[in-house]
Design a protein around this ligand. Sequence first.
Ligand SMILES: [Cu+2]
Length: 160
Amino acid sequence: MIIAVFYFVIVNSKEAEADYQSVTKKWYGFRSKWFLFLITLGITITFLSLNPFPLPDQKKEYSSSEYQVVTVDGHQWYWNIAPVTIKAGQPVEFQVSAADVNHGFGIYDENLKLVAQTQAMPGYTNKLIHTFDKPGKFKILCLEYCGLAHHAMISELTVE
Ligand SMILES: [Cu+2]
């Protein structure tokens, strides 16, 4: 039975070889067009869905008169932030570090919507540049679980 099946396939495959050429020609042509169509579609969708990067340029150099520096230190379980009052409309450079373990420095607006964030790491100072458009009270919460009282790491930042 198996030999019969093999024999049938071998005999028929030789007969089919004659029109295989026309089939490959037709479908190779289709395949090339389909490939070009997908490449064009991919590039078009990529360009149409491009958005400006949501963060300001973190490498930009500001002159000292136009920006404010705030130092931030994360501790178990509180923040050391100086100064806690800043001006709206001027870029703020947060210099964020930690004294003990990793913390997450998260700035939230009045509706507890995350405005900006960076990692607070012992031994490193991470720079975060953010400009507050309007005055208000902002909450600083820890974004990374850092021990028992992690939830209590709440501070406030006043933008005038
Ligand atoms: Cu923490």
